[in-house]
Write a protein that binds this ligand. Structure first.
Ligand code: NAD
Length: 489
């Protein structure tokens, strides 16, 4: 396998999988023979080709998963855990290579990815702790208890912005519970996911337990929830696609969890430690070039410190270095042309809506940016809280600043979107911290911490249109089980 010249990858060539997907333990092309190019967003070069699959391939994957199910479901939970622990060890050994691979396809700087080995270990530790309860009975000749059982053949669809960690979380939890899975990574960034699947196979996870089908959403994604033998779905992506998946699941009455978008507020008060809050807020909007569901895209700031916060945020974002993933930069390009047009389009919307453009607002200039999908970190000030800029998920490094008069207005503005994924409040006042921790309508609240960072095993998921169901927490494996009540007389 050749690795393109712009990517000085220190990569085991085995990990760059091109032209093949994993079905029933075999690396196979799409049944149509067609492929899709995976592009390096920093320069438009083709990194690899992936199978362009459709319903035929999904059906083959479902059959493979069905075949693998009885043995996997009935395997001792401890042995299932052992295999996932082994998988985690291999991931740890290859973590730098996986990091580079994901950096190249997503465009983010190679700075160390979410520790996927730890995610897998956290999940593996739950595999043999899936427990039911004993139940009281009406008479002494009866015993009653609950069993937690896997659903069977399950499906998942994930986006491109953090494909490795999302693959680990969805697949890890589903198979730890004894399910077998068909997963479709995003067409823009499938390589880290395929490499992870390969390591899973190397760890000894049996053929057909993990099946990866690649391709476009409508062609290779939609057939997964539509398949009558897929009994549970996990979806991470946009609210628009989430609705389509849910409609499809409704036809088969298939349960699911949805992890969707966000428009996360960063509420900052005059009692905040700005030495921490300013870099924290800048990080929350520039990490992964703002392409994070948890991006802190709205700064809701008390009027008394409004000008100071805007000035200092602008100075902080001016320090952002932009470039391809392998340079020592703080921000890469956005993932593809569509995303590029979308982010630049929102910058125009901000201008049209009359918000004050403080910094950024376009593409960086210079020869090295010409062929890549680069955008500038951008701040709009005095943004109308009801405007499109303040309401819609941009998925780029565009910050909307909204000044407010008091705590009540801050809470009202912070909660005034359809989303409810993550929120932060920056304050040294414990009373405010408590009020906002309770009052913010979001699945995660960080006090003096951006994007909900800093805890181990925090359940992750949304309120409102940010979705439902929780991954990553201590119950993440249970989410992939169903409960059976048994009475024996
Ligand atoms: P997307 O919804 O366009 O695509 C996500 C996945 O769904 C991709 O694999 C895509 O191929 C597939 N897909 C697209 N249309 C489909 C269809 N009709 N049927 C089946 N599958 C289909 O989202 P995206 O642009 O790739 O990702 C960005 C979105 O994901 C943002 O809204 C972001 O907030 C969200 N996201 C959420 C989380 C979270 O945990 N809440 C994490 C990361 C990203």
């Amino acid at each position: 396998m050749t690795v393109t010249a712009e990517a000085p990858l220190d990569l085991d060539p085995e990990l760059l999988i091109s032209g093949a997907q994993l079905i029933g333990g075999d690396w196979v092309p799409a049944s149509s023979g067609e492929t899709i190019e995976v592009i390096n967003p920093a320069n438009g070069n083709v990194i690899a080709n992936i199978p362009r699959s459709d319903a035929t391939d999904v059906d083959q994957a479902v059959q493979a998963a069905e075949k693998a199910l009885p043995a996997w479901r009935d395997l001792s939970a401890t042995l299932r855990a052992d295999l996932i622990f082994k998988w985690a060890d291999l991931v740890e050994q290859k973590v730098q290579e996986l990091d580079q691979l994901e950096s190249q396809e997503v465009g983010r700087p190679a700075r160390g990815m979410v520790p996927m080995a730890n995610q897998l270990r956290f999940i593996a530790g739950q595999a043999d702790k899936v427990q039911g309860v004993s139940l009281p009975t009406h008479s002494p000749d009866t015993i009653g208890f609950t069993l937690r059982e896997p659903f069977g053949v399950v499906g998942a669809i994930i986006p491109w912005n953090a494909p490795g960690p999302m693959f680990a979380v969805e697949v890890g939890a589903a198979i730890a519970a004894g399910n077998t899975i068909i997963i479709k990574p995003a067409e823009d960034a499938p390589l880290a996911a395929l490499a992870l699947a390969k390591l899973g196979v190397q760890a000894g996870i049996p053929a057909g337990v993990i099946n990866v089908v690649t391709g476009y959403g409508v062609e290779a994604g939609a057939p997964i929830p539509a398949h009558p033998k897929v009994t549970r779905m996990g979806f991470v992506g946009s609210p628009q696609t989430g609705r389509a998946i849910m409609e499809s699941c409704a036809k088969n009455l298939t349960p699911l969890h949805l992890e969707l978008g966000g428009k996360s507020p960063q509420v900052v008060f005059d009692d905040a430690d700005l030495e921490r809050a300013i870099p924290g807020m800048a990080f929350a909007i520039t990490i992964n070039t703002g392409q994070v569901c948890a991006a802190g895209s709205r700064v809701v700031v008390h009027r008394s410190i409004h000008h100071e916060v805007v000035e200092r945020l602008a100075a902080e974002l001016q320090k952002t270095t932009i470039g391809p993933w392998y340079e020592n930069v703080s921000m890469g390009p956005v993932v593809n042309q569509k995303q590029h047009e979308r982010v630049l389009g929102y910058m125009d919307i901000g201008r049209q809506e009359g918000a004050d453009l403080i910094i950024g607002g376009g593409q960086p200039s210079g020869a090295k940016y010409e062929n890549g999908f680069f955008v500038e970190p951008t701040i709009f000030d005095k943004v109308d809280p009801d405007s499109r800029l303040a309401q819609e998920e941009i998925f780029g490094p565009v910050l909307s600043v909204i000044p407010v008069e008091d705590d009540d207005e801050a809470l009202q503005v912070a909660n005034n979107t359809d989303y409810g994924l993550v929120s932060s409040v920056w304050t040294s006042n414990t009373g405010r911290a408590v009020k906002f921790a309770r009052g913010l309508q979001a699945g995660q609240v960080g006090v003096n911490s951006p994007i909900g960072a800093g805890v181990i095993g925090g359940p992750f998921g949304g309120y409102k249109n940010s979705g439902f169901g929780r991954t990553m927490g201590a119950d993440s494996v249970l989410e992939w089980t169903q409960v059976k009540t048994v009475s024996i007389r």
